[in-house]
Design a protein around this ligand. Structure first.
Ligand SMILES: [Zn+2]
Length: 112
């Protein structure tokens, strides 16, 4: 993604200043797809690429999906999935629920 012009919110600006991140670093991050993210749950940590187990539950079916690539908060452990990965996770979980399983462990292979 090449950005001609980026707008920074007041929040972004304050955080950039606080964490000593320049607008050039932000631009590079956006263009290369690198994510510098602040955890919205604990507001105290930043995320790092990792793998998590996503556990979902609906109507008595429990689905655990292992080795899901995510951005993981280094402070509280909360994870963030990309749009594509969220779609994939929901699809697999829905398939499992349709099969009527009570408990299923799925390993996320062929990852983006
Ligand atoms: Zn956190």
């Amino acid at each position: 993604m090449i950005c001609k012009k980026i707008s920074f919110s007041g929040h972004a600006l304050r955080r950039m200043f606080e964490r000593e991140i320049s607008e050039t670093e932000i631009r590079t991050a956006i263009e290369t797809g690198l994510i510098i993210m602040e955890c919205v749950i604990c507001k105290n940590g930043t995320t790092k690429k990792g793998k998590v187990t996503v556990t979902l539950e609906r109507k008595g079916s429990i689905i655990a999906i292992k080795e899901v690539p995510a951005d993981v908060c280094q402070n509280c452990g909360e994870y963030y999935l990309s749009e594509e990965m969220t779609k994939e996770v929901l699809k697999r979980a829905n398939d499992a629920v349709k099969k009527g399983v009570e408990f299923e462990v799925i390993k996320m292979t062929k990852v983006a």
